[in-house]
Design a protein around this ligand. Structure first.
Ligand SMILES: Nc1ncnc2c1ncn2[C@@H]1O[C@H](COP(=O)(O)OP(=O)(O)OP(=O)(O)O)[C@@H](O)[C@H]1O
Length: 542
């Protein structure tokens, strides 16, 4: 491993030398390049750490992009691509002291349920789907050496903390293979059909449906490497980035692909809010051992939106032990977050430092070409027909969140289908005129969406959140969930929580149902459109 790193450092030094020979590289540019570091070479992608977004932009734009490409091409081969990750630590290089490990379990105190109550995601005292998933599979000795030992209860398991690992060069990324999906696509029973019940994987989120672009190339390559050789390439793999940029998609894709390669691999996807609820429920029900049984007997733990553990001291403590138990037994952990580890506030330092043991990579908003490619892929997979100029129109007006991008395409094709009209540019402009006006408004909140939804359907907020299943209430609730999903950054569990403590699979089901109904029932399309306009209007008025 060290040899690989040394080789990479030498190759990078050579790239820098070649760059510095170029007369277009100014003294300032040389200073900027000098602080950058190579972090890994994955297949044909070189990951370079830069100290700031400004440096990233500087290197991604001409003339530096050309100069960099040329020098990297000369040293590493013409097909080498460059990807960046921002590491603010590079700005000022602190001495590489590592705090002495604070990880000792002997002084662990069991929190009271009351203390824990404050941490949980309200309204979710239900077993999460898959909680009772079988965990006793015997796992073969895989090439990754997985599952050869059973983790214990965590006590004393982290006395010998591994040193920080520099990323190893991953094996070459082979041709992607077709990935089996587990669901049948039916709308009726989300918990059963949408998710692979033990791993809890969404069949739609596979590598094959993920579009690779400059913005996510490295994250994708890292995810792929981890799926191919769990616990051997990077452990943990930490992927961060803004909402709606594909982190969850990559997490599920890792799970699917790893399961495909190692069918007996025990995989578990969990959102950190669900992890919190599972943990608290286990304390409440005095089932701590079953919680450990679930989370410490996996070979691949995929944990989404770790930022939601911020400030939840007891849950973090439990996660810390889970992490250590898994890591010490060479089980793979993949984490996503909206922030890089260093910026995660509300986390104990020992936790943040563990996130940095493996590889940290980010996903950026996709550039125009990638957005168009995502829309094309989406259109094909969902059977939506739209010409290129419509895709381009949507992609050029919505740039920051892929969920919104997809939402726009759904609306345009739904409207065309309802009116039995072809999808063309004038129609797209008409349908999206309110959705893509440059808001300049305030952030859209859950309160505003739910308030407007309740008012629109002439019901109270309590009714909207209630358990009642009258037709109007069910429709209003599902539209509310759809709009929360499309217009905010809220996670599925959080949306479920806002609507009276419903499970995340219910939210997924509602989201899909409304998408489908929009194309089938004019009334639903009109209701969603009118509500969106009112919500956007309210945010503009402040
Ligand atoms: N590169 C991509 N190719 C294809 N689809 C993508 C890509 N990136 C994102 N998507 C799609 O965009 C939608 C949102 O992505 P996802 O839920 O993975 O985002 P996220 O980063 O996890 O957001 P959040 O932080 O809000 O959970 C999903 O439908 C996903 O399939």
């Amino acid at each position: 491993m060290q040899q690989d790193n040394r080789a990479l450092l030498e190759q990078w030094a050579e790239c820098v030398r070649v760059m510095n020979e170029n007369s277009r590289v100014t003294g300032r540019a040389r200073g900027t390049i000098a602080v950058c570091e190579p972090r890994g070479l994955m297949g044909t992608t070189l990951l370079i750490a830069v100290p700031s977004e400004a440096t990233r932009e500087f290197l991604q734009n001409r003339p530096m992009s050309e100069i960099l490409d040329e020098s990297v091409g000369r040293v590493l081969g013409a097909d080498t691509l460059v990807a960046f990750v921002v590491d603010p630590e590079l700005e000022v290089q602190p001495p590489t002291t590592r705090a002495a490990t604070d990880a000792r379990s002997s002084d662990r105190t069991i929190p009271s349920l009351n203390e824990l109550e404050a941490e949980r995601t309200p309204g979710s005292f239900q077993p999460a789907p898959g909680r009772d998933a079988p965990s006793g599979d015997s796992v073969p000795r895989s090439p990754a050496g997985l599952a050869t030992t059973e983790p214990g209860d965590g006590a004393g398991e982290y006395d010998d903390l591994p040193p920080r690992r520099l990323p190893e060069a991953a094996p070459p990324v082979p041709q992607q293979r077709e990935v089996l999906s587990t669901g049948n696509g039916s709308d009726t029973s989300p918990a059963d059909s949408e998710w692979d019940s033990s791993a809890r994987l969404n069949p739609k989120y596979v590598f094959d449906s993920f579009v690779i672009g400059q913005s996510n190339r490295f994250a994708h390559a890292a995810a792929f490497a981890v799926a191919e050789t769990p616990a051997k390439a990077y452990n943990p793999l930490f992927i961060y980035g803004d909402s709606g940029l594909g982190k969850t998609h990559l997490l599920h894709a890792i799970g699917h692909y790893a399961k495909r390669l190692y069918p007996k691999l025990r995989v578990r996807y969990v959102n950190s809010e669900e992890f919190t609820n599972d943990f608290i429920n286990s304390i409440r029900d005095d089932e701590g051992s079953s919680f450990k049984g679930i989370y410490r007997n996996v070979d691949l733990l995929l944990i989404d939106d770790i930022q939601f553990l911020a400030g939840k001291e007891h849950t973090q403590e439990e996660f810390f032990h889970t992490f250590n138990a898994l890591h010490n037994h060479e089980k793979q952990i993949v984490i996503t977050s909206d922030m890089p580890p260093k910026q995660l506030t509300g986390f104990a330092e020992r936790m943040r430092s563990r996130f940095e043991w493996g590889l940290i990579t980010d996903v950026q908003p996709p550039e125009l070409e990638t957005r168009i490619a995502i829309l094309r892929k989406k259109a094909i997979s969902e059977g939506m027909d739209a010409p290129d100029d419509v895709m381009e129109y949507i992609a050029s007006h919505i740039s920051t969140n892929i969920r919104e991008l997809e939402g726009a395409l759904i609306r345009v094709t739904a409207f065309a289908s309802l009116n039995k009209q072809p999808v063309d540019l004038p129609l797209a402009e008409l349908v999206l005129k309110d959705l893509i006006t440059d808001d300049g408004g305030q952030e859209i909140t859950a309160a505003s969406i739910l308030g407007q939804t309740a008012a629109f359907f002439n019901i109270t907020l309590d009714e909207l959140k209630s358990k009642s299943r009258t037709r109007t209430l069910v429709t209003a609730r599902q539209i509310g969930m759809y709009l929360l999903r499309e217009l905010t950054d809220m996670s599925l569990p959080k949306i479920g929580q806002e609507l009276g403590g419903r499970d995340h699979t219910t939210v997924m089901h509602a989201d899909r149902k409304i998408r489908t109904l929009m194309a089938e029932r004019r009334q639903i399309f009109d209701q969603v459109t009118e509500l969106t306009n009112r919500i956007k209007q309210q945010s503009r008025e402040g």
